[in-house]
Ligand binder design. Structure first.
Ligand code: SF4
Length: 313
């Protein structure tokens, strides 16, 4: 029965993603819960939801749209993390966590797997200590320990956890990509993806050569789409993404994101957001989604094309 429900959720998600990419609108294909400021593209609110508020909001979204993939973004030590993975999993929502390495001890890895986590995306910068510390503020040794803990948890639980490394792309991390991918393959990581910066570029030819090497890696180990690689090459540093060549941005219905104070948005660069507070009668998801109309209009008419995996992958 569970397997059947999961098939339905995945089929509905593919349908919604297809509609979003075709500009047809509809309900969001995924729910993003940003529990803290990890790699946020701008300041996040100081006021924080309580754990019960997060539960309420997830229930309201699932009641309105049916179970949908939930992407959690938070540091690995965040106190709500395991509970939120467990809660979403119980509501039949496939879960992805985008996080840091340092807090993933063997115990934490076991806990996350036991809560039903399906994919973990760990932010890393490379195998060079100075680069790793400068870009993600963690040591290479801690990162290796975290990955070993995740691999061990997957084996000991016989769980189908997908383990992916994400490299924020810039001139410092580009020279690291090859060594990082080779080490990741050797230890049994499932994939590596390059994260386009929220805004940046243009990048020098040496850095772009590294992207060429990434493009030649086989799937499913290569988790960076050709579109992302192309978009990073085009970045000119004059705003988020690159100038759009055609079509409309799909994120208006590809994703709905909740910030730590209950604010709803789809694009982190557009205003006219709304807020959905738990236990507030006006906090029904249908009303909150309607209140985002102007936000979605701004997305539909955006002249940029973003390729950050948190928006597109
Ligand atoms: S391309 Fe989409 S995600 Fe990027 S700024 Fe425009 S509306 Fe936002």
């Amino acid at each position: 029965m569970k397997a059947l429900e999961q098939l339905v959720v995945r089929a509905r998600t593919r349908l919604r993603e297809g509609r979003a990419l075709a500009g047809l609108g509809g309900r969001p294909a995924r729910l993003v819960l940003r529990l803290d400021d990890l790699d946020a593209p701008g300041p996040i609110p100081a006021e924080l939801l309580k754990l019960e508020d997060w539960y309420d909001i997830v229930v309201r979204v699932v009641e309105w749209s049916g179970p949908l993939p939930v992407h959690l973004v938070a540091r690995s030590e965040h106190p709500f993390l395991a509970e939120m993975v467990r809660f979403a999993h119980r509501l039949e929502c496939p879960t992805t966590l985008r996080t840091t390495a340092a807090g993933i001890s063997p115990r934490r890895a076991d806990e996350l797997v036991d809560c039903g986590l399906e994919r973990i995306v760990v932010r890393v910068a490379g195998v060079n200590e100075a680069t790793q510390r400068a870009v993600v503020g963690e040591s290479v040794a801690d990162t290796r320990r975290a990955i070993a803990a995740l691999l061990a948890a997957r084996v000991s639980r016989a769980a189908p956890l997908d383990i992916v490394l994400e490299v924020p792309f810039d001139a410092r991390t580009a020279p690291e990509l090859r060594a990082l991918c080779e080490e990741a393959r050797t230890v049994g990581v499932d994939g590596v993806r390059v994260a386009a910066p929220w805004a940046g570029g243009p990048f020098e030819s040496g850095a772009l050569d590294a992207l060429g090497w990434v493009a030649k890696q086989d799937r499913p180990f290569r988790r960076t789409s050709a579109d992302t690689l192309g978009a990073v090459r085009e970045m000119r540093g004059d705003g988020p993404g690159t100038p759009r060549k055609g079509g409309a941005c799909p994120v208006g219905t590809l994703r709905v994101e909740i910030l730590p104070d209950g604010t709803l948005l789809s694009c982190p660069f557009k205003g006219d957001r709304t807020r959905m507070l738990s236990r507030d009668p006006s906090g029904a998801m249908a009303l909150a989604w309607k209140a985002l109309e102007k936000h979605r209009d701004a997305i539909r008419t955006c002249d940029r094309a973003c390729a950050h995996p948190e928006l597109t992958a």
